[in-house]
Design a binder for this molecule. Sequence first.
Ligand SMILES: Nc1ncnc2c1ncn2[C@@H]1O[C@H](COP(=O)(O)OP(=O)(O)OP(=O)(O)O)[C@@H](O)[C@H]1O
Ligand SMILES: [Mg+2]
Length: 297
Amino acid sequence: MRLVSFWGKGGVGKTTCSAALATGLSEIEGMKVLLLTTDLTPTLSDVLMADLGSSPTRVRGYSNLFALELDERTVLERWKLRFGREVYDVISSFLPVDEGFIDYVAGAPGIAEQFILYVLHEIIGERGYDIVIWDTPASSSSLRLLRIEKELYEHMGEALKMYLRIKGFLDRMRSKESDPLKLIGEWRELAKGIFDMLASDDHSAYIVATPERMSYEISKRIREELSSFGIDVKGVIVNKYIRNSCEDLPKLRRNQDDVAELFLRDFRNVKLLGYYDGEIIGRDALLCFYRDLSPLT
Ligand SMILES: Nc1ncnc2c1ncn2[C@@H]1O[C@H](COP(=O)(O)OP(=O)(O)OP(=O)(O)O)[C@@H](O)[C@H]1O
Ligand SMILES: [Mg+2]
C-alpha cells in the first residue's frame, strides 16, 4: 500500500492536486484509490462535485474511487471505540470513576486533533486499496498535527516513567485487574507506528506551492519540518504558473519566472503547472489537470 500526501500553505492547490491524482489513477490507471482529507473544514466534495461521508465510500460518477472527509465527531467516535475502555481501565484501577469518565476525556479540547493521525493510520491499514491519497489542510495546521503526535508519543514515555515511580503505591490501592503498564506501552507503540509509516518509503510527500517568494520561503520551512520527522519530500508542484506571455502583467510574469528558478535550484523534482482558465472542479476538469500533473517524478 502506498500513501501520497500534499503539503503547502493555504490556497495553493493541495486539494486540487489530491483530487486530480486520485481521479487520474483510478480512471486511467485502473487503481483502487482512497482519497481522504484531514481538513476539518474540507472542500473535497466541492472539488469532486460529489457528496462524501465520514467513512470510505465509493464516489458516485467516478470509477473505483473511494473518498471520505474526516470530521471531528467521527474522530472522537473512533477514539472512544479504540481507547475509551482502555483509558477507563487504567484510571479506574486507582481512582473511583464511573464510565461517564470516557465521555469526559473524549470531550477534552483538542482531543480530535490529537487523534486525527491515529485515525488516518487506522483507515490506511484497512486493506484493499492500491493507493491512499491524503489531502492535508494548510501547512500550519497539518504540521501542528505532526507536532502534537510527537508530543503525545513523548508524553506516553513520561507516563510510563511516572507510573513506574508510583507503581508500588498504586498496586496497594488498585481495585481492578488490568495492566496499565502494558496499555501505556501499547499506546506508545501505536504513536511510534504512525511516524514509522510516515517516514517509510511507502509514503511520498509532495509540497504544493505557487511561484511567489512567500510560497518559496514557506516551502523551505515545510521541507525542513517534515524532514525533522524523518519525512523526505519527493517533489514540489509549483502551481498557478502563468505560462503564456502575459503582456498585461509583465512584473508578475517576471517575478514568477524568478521564483520558478529558485524552486528549480533548491528543490528536486520540481513540476511547473500552468494557470487554468476556469475552475478545476468535477471529473473531466480533474482528469485534464491529472494529465498535466503526471508523472509526478
Ligand atoms: N493551476 C490552477 N489554475 C487555476 N486555478 C487553480 C489552479 N490550481 C488550483 N486552482 C484554484 O485555486 C483555488 C484553491 O485551490 P485548492 O482548494 O486546491 O487549494 P488548497 O491548497 O487545497 O487550499 P486550502 O489550503 O484552503 O485547503 C481553487 O479555486 C482551485 O480551483
Ligand atoms: Mg484544501
